[in-house]
Structure formats: C-alpha cells, structure tokens
Ligand binder design. Sequence first.
Ligand code: PMP
Length: 340
Amino acid sequence: MPRYNAVIDAIGNTPLIRLAKASELTGCEIYGKAEFMNPGQSVKDRAALFMIRDAEARGLIEPGGTIVEGTAGNTGIGLAMVADALGYRTVIVIPETQSQEKKDALRLWGAQLVEVPAVPYKNPNNYVKLSGRLAERLAGTEAAGAIWANQFDNTANRDGHVVTTAEEIWQQTGGQVDGFICAVGTGGTLAGTAMGLKRHSGHIKIGLADPMGAALYSYYTTGAFESEGSSITEGIGQGRVTANLEGFAPDFAYQIPDQEALPIIFDLIGEEGLCLGGSSGINIAGAIRMAWEMGPGHTIVTVLCDYGNRYQSKLFNPAFLREKNLPVPAWLEREPGFDI
Ligand code: PMP
C-alpha cells in the first residue's frame, strides 16, 4: 500500500471490483470502480481536487479564500475535505431534497450550508444559479476572495477523469477493456473517462445510463431534450449539454427506471456484500444492458459512485420506499425471530 503525506493524496487509485451476478448473468466481465473508497467517500473527490488545483494554478484563489458551489452533496463533501486540507473555506448551496446524511457529512467537514428549494435549472433560483450569484457577491466582500467551483461547466472536473479515472481503468485492466458506462450529473465522469479511454483505443465503447426524469437519453438518441418520469437517485439526471459534455457522444444510451436499478442495489448487499448508493444501481443496470447488446466475452467497467449509508434514510427506509411505490426488500424489515 502507498504511504501518503496528506489525505488528499489518497484521492483516486480506487480498486476495480468484479460484480459477480452481473457478470454471470451476461457472460461478460463487469467491474465496478470503487469510488466510495475515496476519502470523501464518492467519485466527486476527484473533481473537487482538480477544480481547486486548477483555480490555484490560475491564481484565482489564495489561502483563506472561499469556495462556493451548488451541489447535490458529494461534490460539496469533496470540496469541503480538500478545502480543509489546503486552508480554504466552503459555502455549499444544496437543494433541500437531498439526503440528510449528505447534509450531515457537509456540516461534519465544516462547510457552511445553504439549503434551498429544489427548482428546475431554467428557474433563476435553481441551486446552481444561486451558488453562482452568491460566489460573485462573496468575491466582492471576502478579504481573501471567493470562487465559484462551477462543476457543471468547469472542465477541470472532466480533466480529472481524463488523467486519473481513465488511466487507472486502462492500467487495472491491462488494456483489456471493451466498454465503459455510467450516468451523468455534470458529465465529468462519463465524458472525461470516455475521452481518456478512447485516447488509448478507439475500439472501447462508451455507454450512457440515464435515470428517468433526465433528458440526455432522448438527446443522444433523437436530438431533442425530452424527459419523462422521475427517479429517487441523487447526484445524476441532466437536462442539458454541460461544458463537461461538449464534444462527447456515447456509442450506446439506455434509460433505466428505478424499478430496474434498486433490486440490483438490494441484491448486491445480501449476495456480494456491496452496499451502494442509488446512482451505482443505475450504472450497473446500464452495464448489464450494454453487456447484452455487445454480447458475451467483453469486459465492461462502470462506476460505484458512493456508499449506501449516504442514503440510509431514503433508499434503505421501508416507509420512504413504500411512499414512492418502490419495492421494499424483505430483509429491511426482518425481525430477529428469537427472544433474548
Ligand atoms: N453519482 C453520485 C452519487 C453523484 O453525487 C454524482 C455527482 N453529482 C454522480 C453520480 C455523477 O457524476 P458526474 O458529476 O461526474 O457526472
């Protein structure tokens, strides 16, 4: 194991874990990149580190400065952790619909939290736009300055995946990788990893796994932004081509309902000991569909974005699942069955 000087040096270099059931079901080798093993416990640590390092390199931020961001949570957690380590402050604007666990983690890492109503991107009071305006205001009042991380349209996010995630996957598979697929929040993970992998081999196929309520499946298959339904997954589901997605197009695109993704998440706990968040379920369901389409014998990699305990109050809460008309796994409600 490596020896590091600081926790931020432990970002990235995550293992690939073989997903046994998905592999056996499809006759492919399906691997998940264990991003929940990052120190901030999600894939977004990579983007956080790269965006802050990029701002430093451009001279946009100095010690004591404030980093402002609109985030569903994980980017904020990554930013707060990196900011703590490097001597910055973080102010996070988050839609109030996001899980309590993520808000708690943000507070734990010392971020100042501004909870706002969840409204669509086109609304001027959308959390992303609010965070941009707040950053502008703080830049004029904070002595050490303030920057807007702007993960959706800041391509330092994508660059982080070009140089780390893609390289790691290439090395870990010894170049024997036929496909990569994941969902999109900002698009940094999908577009960045795709670009990095395609530099190694133009034969590697790239897939988009889109949750219900997002518009990218429709955009990449018909050219029009249309969406239907909704998803309880967090951190994914995009309705526009962000700067991180510019110049990117997937080879395959799938629309994945929660009813398909959630049983995968539930089974992985009992059958393989892997406890993942909802976006990982969308990703694995996408990898299975892509494996069916490509045929047996291929190696496909997807992303295990974060850990299930970040959603214990929702995804693993029978009352919440019932309220959303989603299946409740029997073991969630299991009684001990004995007296003590
Ligand atoms: N899954 C989760 C749980 C996330 O928080 C995010 C980031 N918002 C993603 C997936 C998507 O990653 P990206 O922003 O790189 O598209």
